[in-house]
Ligand binder design. Structure first.
Ligand code: TMP
Ligand code: ASP
Length: 243
């Protein structure tokens, strides 16, 4: 699979065109950013671990009926994915209060939410990814009502599947962010899961110690990010012998 020009450069990933119109290469960088890039560091090998973890999780979700963009991992930093038109909304699913939610509502970190909560943020770095409602999404035509409904339904199923997966390995899924895209198969346009799912995009706490095994280690200067990501990978059964 030959790599052509960069189609998109994000904070932690790059997307390259391939010789096939409907396939891209997703490259995982070592850049760690937080607070919309106000904090930025290169953390050696983070991209390699996220590539492996995201592969494992997308395969698991695919096997459990969640269509997604993942085709195959190509090497330590790259995976082949289906090209989609990204819906410019970050879909955040919360089981417990943490992060920006605790600040917005003054709710203590770790408090269980009465029900799983779905929030939407517009993907717009210039304006700090503002929180948006279904109404904003419809009025600005980022997605239509059917798509919003489908995204919410899928997000709830993804939350159930991921919570089960992590529970089995003694990890609490506190919250996470996912993205969806429109995939045109030629016959129909389908909404599928895209982007990545990794400790960069989830909050993961050890069930016994509540130790943070995710990007909060970087956001909060706790250190030990690579060790934490390796711990998640190992518990997921990922072979790190070549790492
Ligand atoms: P937040 O508490 O900072 O709003 O984040 C909620 C969840 O979404 C958390 O697991 C981190 C993830 N997230 C991203 O993956 N990318 C982002 O740009 C943001 C703001 C959050
Ligand atoms: N990914 C976002 C950033 O780079 C926010 C975050 O994850 O905290 O700033």
């Amino acid at each position: 699979m030959s790599k052509n020009k960069v189609l998109y450069e994000g904070k932690a990933k790059q997307l390259f065109l391939t010789e096939k119109d409907d396939e891209l290469i997703q490259f995982f960088k070592d850049d760690a950013t937080a607070f919309n890039k106000k904090k930025h560091e290169i953390i050696d090998s983070k991209g390699v671990l996220n590539n492996l973890i995201s592969e494992n999780i997308f395969n698991y979700l695919g096997k459990n009926g969640i269509p997604n963009h993942f085709i195959k991992r190509l090497n330590e930093r790259e995976q082949l994915i289906k090209k989609v038109e990204i819906i410019p909304i970050e879909v955040v699913v919360r089981n417990k209060a943490a992060g920006t939610f605790t600040k917005r509502f003054g709710i203590e970190e770790g408090k269980d939410l009465p029900e799983t909560l779905i929030e939407f943020n517009l993907k717009d770095d210039e304006h700090d990814d503002p929180l948006v409602s279904d109404e904003h999404i419809k009025v600005f035509k980022w997605a239509n009502q059917n798509e919003i409904d489908e995204i919410k339904e899928k997000a709830i199923v993804v939350n159930r599947l991921l919570s089960e997966l992590f529970n089995k390995i003694d990890i609490i899924l506190v919250d996470f962010k996912i993205e969806f895209g429109r995939f045109n198969s030629g016959k129909k346009v389908e909404i599928i899961l895209a982007d990545e799912i990794s400790p960069d995009s989830c909050r993961l706490w050890d069930i016994k110690s509540n130790e943070k095994l995710d990007k909060d280690r970087f956001r909060r200067n706790l250190g030990g990010l690579i060790e934490a990501y390796k711990e998640v990978a190992t518990r997921l059964g990922i072979d790190l012998s070549n790492f």
